[in-house]
Design a protein around this ligand. Structure first.
Ligand SMILES: Cc1cc2nc3c(=O)[nH]c(=O)nc-3n(C[C@H](O)[C@H](O)[C@H](O)COP(=O)(O)OP(=O)(O)OC[C@H]3O[C@@H](n4cnc5c(N)ncnc54)[C@H](O)[C@@H]3O)c2cc1C
Length: 593
């Protein structure tokens, strides 16, 4: 068993980290993209150790976990703490291991197979613990972090209210300072709080004087804090989700986390990590779904053949693998970007916060791509299993129900999509990213499409298509900004499509660069499939944006230019998918990729 506490911080960083969102304006250098193939031996050992932990410690108690037995959740968190898994993102001086984000990804990914325990774990180490890591005073960190890292204290995060979910700044909970300045009285209610049934420490958001959003550390035994009944949920039923009532809850003034009136900074920075970790957790659910699909289809016989031998089954398996490959490539690339920015200072909380903020766009993209991808993949698994997928005993039904929440929490996928172009434009306005120059050059390039890249390397045509996608995205963004200016905010349908273009571009580029570096034939075919889907999405999305924002000849010219830029030779996608499925079956599943 790997003891993570004894491991030195690792470096998995690329040479020169680009700015957040830079993939929109320029092609990445091959060495810039971190891939699973670059995991070192220690990281691989951690991945194996986490899987072993799930098999050895969680599997025998799965019934109790899913029955929401609080004692089992607490005991398993304690074991995770003893192994060092709760302290991955906690600096060493507070009892953690202060490891890199790739390792953090590996742990979240490995625990995905722990069912509802993964939710308990995710809320505890992510939104539960990180507010203190990033914003705690020295005294607060010393008081709470060692217990959070060893699992003796369980954390929860209470932002959502009955009247404010996505609109987090619209919370109504209020905090009033006592006349002697020693404590605050908190009043209001919180909704859907993970781990609330047994958490010891809540990060609660309330507005001081009804106006200044502020984060507070609120221990469970605080007078005036009531944890309400458990919710009955569609999925992740073994996790605890309760409302909180705050009725003159008396919180010492020293329990303010961060600054009064700056609670939104705490909330949003923590969500960046939450999104990244969520993507890793979704990825952890996607790979086993493929393996199960192959195993089931190999066993199931119909019309005198194995289900696995039908071409449509191969097509489904290839689609599942394509989605997974895209998510995997994007999630590891994002982790590598964050580690690159940290340049070895993994235990430095302020630097970690800044690095996550830098790559907030990539974190949102990873969240959307991974949660949508997981839902598609488990839907495919269930459908492949027919009626046996629909009944509880088959195993797919629980995966299907459990996957759905990931599109809702840590910012719904609609909110995260709207954030992507919003953040890009804000970065451009603040001079952190030059969008204007590349958008203008992209407009010119509509007249002269990307020259073929003929450097004799595999996937050179796909790389050209990635560049064409970038041009198309920049053109679409450029004409939208030109037409609407500040009013673009109200054109949500356009923003949504711009986000999808950015997601398609980031996924395609990440997959192609990874496959080129790997030199592996299966990976090359998976990358080809990712590009095939991405370019189709880009064609559709850019045409819709142009259709909306332009008219007459101008629109006709843009559409003709986009068609020229995105033009490609047709390929036999059916043969490609058959080849991918055959290779996966031969390797015994996706784990072999
Ligand atoms: C099981 C579970 C566990 C949770 N755990 C926690 C937790 O630990 N801590 C916590 O604080 N919260 C938690 N949440 C809350 C979760 O983060 C919210 O449910 C989520 O942010 C969405 O908020 P809402 O449910 O109020 O939906 P709403 O915000 O009302 O959204 C409704 C719909 O409107 C869409 N929408 C929202 N804004 C816009 C917009 N600007 N433009 C267009 N469409 C929009 C959304 O995408 C969605 O489809 C949890 C929720 C669940 C279900």
């Amino acid at each position: 068993m790997t003891d993570m506490q004894t491991m030195a911080p690792r470096a998995s960083e690329p040479a020169a980290p680009p700015a957040g969102g830079a993939f929109v304006v320029r092609a990445a250098e091959p060495g810039e993209v971190f891939t699973p193939e670059r995991l070192d031996e220690t990281q691989l050992a951690i991945r194996d150790a986490v899987r072993e932990f799930v098999a050895r410690s969680v599997e025998p108690r799965r019934g109790d976990v899913e029955a929401r037995d609080y004692a089992t959740h607490r005991a398993l968190l304690r074991e995770l703490g003893e192994q060092g898994y709760l302290g991955v993102d906690v600096p060493e001086q507070y009892g953690g291991a202060g490891l890199d984000k790739v390792t953090s990804l590996l742990v979240s990914e490995g625990l995905a197979e722990a069912g509802s325990l993964a939710v308990t774990y995710g809320a505890h180490v992510g939104i539960g613990t990180l507010p203190l890591v990033f914003f705690g005073t020295e005294a607060q960190r010393r008081r709470w972090l060692p217990g959070l890292a060893d699992g003796s204290i369980v954390a929860a995060y209470a932002l959502t209210e009955p009247g404010a979910g996505s609109d987090a700044q619209g919370i109504r909970a209020r905090a009033d300072l006592s006349s002697d300045g020693t404590h605050y009285l908190l009043n209001g209610s919180k909704q859907f709080i993970t781990n609330a049934g047994f958490a010891d420490l809540f990060t609660v958001y309330a507005k001081v004087g009804g106006e200044q959003m502020t984060a507070f550390l609120v221990p469970r035994d605080t007078p005036g804090l009531t944890v309400e009944a458990e919710e009955h949920k569609l999925g992740v039923r073994g996790s605890s989700t309760c409302a909180l009532t705050l009725a003159d809850a008396r919180v010492p003034a020293e329990n303010v986390l961060g600054e009064v009136g700056r609670g939104h900074i705490v909330a949003f920075n923590v969500l960046n990590v939450g999104r990244f970790k969520l993507a890793a957790g979704c990825l952890g659910g996607m790979r086993p779904a493929i393996d199960r699909a192959i195993a089931y289809a190999a066993d199931r016989r119909l019309f005198g053949r194995r289900l696995l031998d039908f071409p449509l089954t191969a097509e489904r398996i290839a689609r599942m693998a394509e989605r997974t490959y895209a998510v995997e490539s994007v999630t590891y690339r994002s982790a590598g970007l964050i580690d690159g920015r940290l340049a070895g200072a993994h235990g430095d909380a302020e630097q970690a916060r800044a690095a996550l903020e830098e790559y907030a766009i990539e974190c949102s993209i990873a969240k959307v791509l991974a949660s949508d991808g997981l839902n598609e993949v488990v839907d495919d698994l269930l459908q492949l299993m027919g009626g046996y997928g629909y009944v509880e005993d088959g195993g797919a039904a629980a995966m299907y129900r459990d996957a759905r929440i990931h599109q809702i929490w840590e910012g719904t996928n609609e909110v995260n999509r709207l954030l992507v172009p919003g953040m890009l434009l804000r970065r451009a306005m603040r001079g952190r990213l030059d969008l204007l120059g590349p958008a203008k050059r992209a407009g010119d390039a509509l007249l002269s499409p990307e020259a073929p890249i003929e450097d004799g390397t595999p996937l050179d045509e796909e790389l050209r298509q990635v560049r064409a996608m970038r041009t198309a995205l920049l053109v679409a963004a450029g004409i939208a900004v030109q037409r609407y200016g500040d009013r673009l905010e109200d054109e949500q349908e356009v923003l949504y499509r711009l986000a999808d273009l950015a997601i398609a571009l980031f996924a395609a580029e990440s997959a192609v660069l990874r496959a080129r570096a790997s030199g592996d034939g299966l990976q090359a075919n998976l990358a080809r499939l990712v590009v095939l889907s991405s370019i189709a999405a880009v064609e559709r999305g850019t045409a819709e944006v142009a259709g909306r924002v332009q008219e007459g000849d101008e629109r006709r010219m843009t559409l003709a230019g986009l068609r020229r830029v995105l033009r490609r030779d047709p390929i036999d996608g059916v043969a490609l998918r058959r080849a991918v499925a055959a290779a996966l079956i031969e390797r015994g599943g996706y784990r072999g990729v």
